[in-house]
Design a protein around this ligand. Structure first.
Ligand code: CA
Ligand code: CA
Length: 248
């Protein structure tokens, strides 16, 4: 209770409120939560960071429940998270085979530590999942061309101090008030294959170890806009689409 009282006192001072005279633990909890929600909806990131910083030092789990918001996202093409984000797990980009018309449509960041239940084959050859290769073509900078046929890593990242994320296709710059987690190239399956999902692959992609062989499976291609129902300008058919993953 002492920690909670200290916490509420500091929080109230930070928010300059006049409603912090409650005496019981539950009242303090309610006041703290209401004031925190007000601060959050009024876009006061400084107060929010202060609350989280205090939270990190608290042992009281009741306090953590109120303020732990956090958000996670996949960083495609990398094995490390940006500063201030923590690695949840490192995995491998995987999806349905480029030539198969069925299966799952979206790319998955599958774990490198699979665990299975103890029974034999279920529906044999039902749905199939394959690793993903970069298919970058020849007309790209050398650093990107060396990615050709290499397998695509991924990492799931967690940010404790922010609560929502977006992926913005078409720009590598995040909107005002949003924090850039990473940016890069929009990638997806080939238009002549079967449908997949669009994902944001990091600007400086890594290659998974030992994956340079051309084995195909799922594939990542750069994405180009096509003019018409998509306006040109601002879009340009010659320019590979960029993307940014942003949190707030
Ligand atoms: Ca290939
Ligand atoms: Ca490969």
């Amino acid at each position: 209770m002492g920690k909670l009282l200290l916490f509420s006192t500091v929080l109230c001072a930070a928010l300059a409120t006049v409603v912090c005279a409650a005496t019981s633990v539950s009242d303090h909890e309610l006041v703290a939560k209401r004031e925190y929600d007000d601060a959050y909806t009024q876009n006061s990131p400084d107060i929010y960071d202060e609350v989280v910083a205090m939270d990190e030092k608290q042992d009281d789990k009741n306090v953590k429940i109120f303020f732990r918001r956090g958000v996670s996202y996949v960083r495609w093409g990398r094995t490390v998270c940006p500063p201030k984000a923590e690695v949840v797990y490192v995995g491998r980009a995987a999806a349905s085979h480029y030539s198969h018309k069925g299966g799952g449509a979206n790319y998955q960041c599958v774990t490198l530590k699979p665990e299975n239940f103890d029974f034999g084959p279920g529906t044999v050859d039902g749905s199939l999942i394959y690793g993903t290769e970069y298919e970058v073509g020849g007309n790209v900078p050398k650093a990107l061309h060396t990615l050709q046929n290499n397998n695509v890593p991924c990492v799931v990242c967690y940010v404790a101090t922010r609560s929502t994320k977006i992926m913005v296709p078409g720009t590598y710059k995040c909107p005002a008030k949003w924090t850039t987690e990473y940016y890069g190239f929009l990638m997806a399956g080939h238009h002549g294959h079967h449908r997949s999902s669009f994902e944001c692959v990091d600007k400086t992609p890594e290659k998974a170890d030992g994956g340079q062989a051309d084995e195909n499976g799922a594939l990542f291609y750069f994405v180009e806009p096509r003019c018409g129902s998509l306006p040109c300008p601002p879009y340009d058919q010659q320019k590979e689409m960029t993307c940014a993953v942003c949190t707030r």
